[in-house]
Design a binder for this molecule. Structure first.
Ligand code: ATP
Length: 376
């Protein structure tokens, strides 16, 4: 294969398998891997999906290698006749497939541990790799992966099951890419914002960022907005950071990285008292989210708090507009936190956007309770 087009520092992702191209399963590998690359400051280029045809896989590899400095391929390394990625890769790279004895030994050993006296002959193809490949062991399956370096290009071939390929990405692919200077966006930070709309905050943050050599990004993860700031310019990034932090501070919960329900669940798992909650607003959603095996001993959902002997009692009322199907822009929520000595009441108006308002209410209740527990 010849390559006469300038190769960028972008990394391409190729996922193979008929179950992906036919839509039977979702290509979560590319999403997971892209996130890991991006979070490590790398440039993610094109994503492609092919079925199990050897020519399609080979053509996709050749195409992606024309414009990317690295390629991560997932899927098609199993023992069956439709597992053809290794053949396609060897063809694309114009390399022979070579039988790797240590890989075969570990397949034999693994299958013996699962009770096979001798492995099925089909498994032998899982020990074939392009001649210049370095094997990437797979601690969670028989399908080892490999890495091939051709001049300044890096190609990784990994198995399809996420439980197998993602640890290989974390342990081998990312460190190799970092070592080989694929990290381009050196400074980045992200915040989870609650209680503000994207339209409201984006204008303000973009205006702040405008004079600096920094980029901003937004993602709605209802009811949160994930805001990202990234740059290659350390001075600009560090000058802008405090201004951004000041602006987003009212919308940040805890560390700004986790949702209120996650922070609350972690907190509740460690308390040494019990809380009674009478939830007359979220229709059981709050309980289903915050009651887990780790928190259940500390949480009691009751209908009526009058006889409650728990250290903290919480009454939650509201969302009437939602339950009565009224067409309003806002709906309200009343929270009462009561101990033997204190009473704390708060009223909240929530944007009413159909069924999602329950999710909003749960995160708001979690934020209030998390803040209350941290202050008292
Ligand atoms: P195996 O030894 O299991 O055959 P393999 O490397 O051949 O491994 P595939 O046959 O491509 O992998 O995929 C096996 C399973 O992994 C698929 O049935 C699917 O459940 C999952 N899988 C494959 N590719 C993806 C992907 N891109 N995203 C999410 N899941 C995937």
């Amino acid at each position: 294969m010849t390559r006469d087009v300038l190769v960028s520092d972008q990394i391409a992702l190729l996922a193979t398998g008929d179950e992906l191209s036919n839509g039977d399963i979702l290509n979560t590998n590319s999403q997971e891997i892209a996130q890991r690359l991006f979070n490590n400051g790398m440039h993610v280029g094109r994503h492609m999906v092919t079925g199990d045809r050897i020519a399609d896989i080979r053509d996709a590899i050749c195409y992606l290698l024309q414009s990317h400095r690295a390629l991560i391929i997932t899927g098609g390394l199993g023992p069956t006749s439709d597992d053809l990625t290794r053949y396609a890769l060897a063809d694309a790279l114009e390399q022979e497939l070579v039988f790797d004895i240590p890989t075969w030994d570990s397949i034999v050993q693994r299958l013996k541990n699962f009770g096979y006296a001798s492995p099925p002959p089909n498994n032998r193809q899982q020990a074939l790799f392009p001649s210049a490949a370095t094997i990437i062991p797979n601690p969670n399956g028989t399908a080892a992966g490999c890495q091939v370096q051709q001049s300044e290009q890096f190609i990784f071939m990994l198995p399809g099951p996420p439980i197998e390929c993602l640890p290989m990405v974390d342990q081998i692919v990312l460190p190799t890419l970092i070592k080989n200077h694929f990290q381009k966006i050196l400074f980045h930070h992200k915040w989870l914002l609650f209680g503000v709309s994207e339209g409201q905050i984006a204008e303000e943050l973009d205006l702040l960022a405008k004079p600096y050599d920094c980029m901003t990004g937004y993602r709605l993860w209802y009811p949160y907005i994930e805001f990202k700031l990234y740059s290659n310019n350390q001075m600009d990034f560090l000058s802008l950071l405090p201004q951004i932090e000041k602006t987003v501070a009212p919308y940040i919960i805890g560390d700004g990285k986790n949702s209120a329900s996650v922070l609350l669940k972690n907190h509740l798992a460690a308390i040494d008292f019990t809380i009674a909650i009478a939830d007359h607003a979220t229709g059981g959603l709050l309980e289903s989210i915050i009651k887990t095996p780790r928190t259940a001993a500390h949480l009691h959902f009751l209908n009526d708090l009058t006889q409650s002997l728990h250290s903290l009692n919480i009454a939650i009322d509201g969302l009437d507009e939602f339950w009565q199907n009224q067409n309003t822009a806002l709906t309200s929520l009343e929270l009462r936190f009561m101990t033997e000595q204190t009473q704390h009441h708060s009223h909240h108006d929530l944007p009413f956007r159909g069924l999602r308002v329950k999710q909003y209410a749960v995160e708001l209740i979690c934020r209030q309770l998390y803040t209350y527990l941290n202050l008292n």
